[in-house]
Design a protein around this ligand. Structure first.
Ligand SMILES: [Ca+2]
Ligand SMILES: [Ca+2]
Length: 253
């Protein structure tokens, strides 16, 4: 019986030993696979990181080049703008000098830069009427003379015209179609930076669209006021009769 038990122990021991050996082998296999997959994952992760790093570097280089290009471009534009402004200033000075020469030439030699009875100034010709007409008649009369009711585009022009008249004259400005929207006879809206409406100390400025004597208001502009001052603009009743100023291009301007 003891032999049987001994054999039985041996069998059990052998079986247990065999199971342990098998378990160790499985564990080793599992560890090997685990290490292999860990290595693969690490390699893959490293490759991804290298790609990401490469992309970041490429993006940084691209942005640096773009910024450099943008800065150079802005610098060029600023330089060009400065050049153009200087050239424009030079041209403006040359234009003014040429106009002064033309004025002197016209005054001294009687060269026909303008038609008879027209006065030359600043490359334009002006006709100061001696007869009175309402605004519409004045406008049409200027056209028949080859010009148009005067369009004032600068302080110099305003000063020149004001120096030439002693009574109010129609100019080519009206707000007939829309009250308060002043337009010149060439349909250009009044430039708010070049307007010379009469201002009064008491605040009763022009244009006032005065309706006391004429309910329809005042829709036509004139240089000077009927009360005397001629250096500023006033709005008046379009059917009133006044002298007027026509304008036309000079033969050389
Ligand atoms: Ca008006
Ligand atoms: Ca008025």
């Amino acid at each position: 019986m003891d032999l049987v038990y001994v054999n039985s122990d041996f069998v059990c021991s052998a079986t247990a030993s065999s199971d342990k050996s098998s378990h160790d082998k499985g564990q080793k296999t599992f560890n090997k696979d685990h290490h292999r997959w860990t290595k693969v994952l690490l390699i893959a992760l490293t490759v991804c990181l290298l790609f990401a790093l490469g992309a970041v570097c490429t993006l940084a280089v691209f942005m640096a080049r773009t910024e450099t290009h943008f800065n150079v471009s802005v610098s060029d534009q600023e330089h060009n703008a400065t050049d153009y402004k200087e050239q424009l200033d030079v041209l403006h000075i040359q234009h003014q000098e040429m106009l002064q020469k033309l004025n002197r030439l016209n005054e001294s030699s009687g060269c026909a830069l303008c038609a008879v009875h027209w006065t030359h100034s600043g490359g334009k010709c002006y006709y100061f009427s001696t007869v009175k007409m309402n605004w519409t008649q004045s406008r049409d009369h200027c056209v028949t003379k080859g010009g148009h009711l005067v369009i004032i585009t600068s302080k110099a022009e305003q000063d020149f015209l004001a120096s030439k008249i002693s009574v109010t004259h129609w100019i080519g400005l009206n707000d007939m179609h829309t009250e308060g929207r002043w337009v010149w006879v060439d349909n250009q809206p009044l430039n708010k930076s070049v307007e010379f409406w009469m201002k009064r100390v008491n605040g009763n400025n022009e244009p006032d669209n005065w309706t006391k004597n004429h309910p329809g208001g005042e829709d036509c502009a004139c240089l000077g006021h009927s009360l005397g001052a001629t250096e500023f603009w006033n709005d008046d009743l379009c059917t009133a009769t006044k002298r007027f100023v026509c304008e036309a291009a000079a033969a050389i301007n």
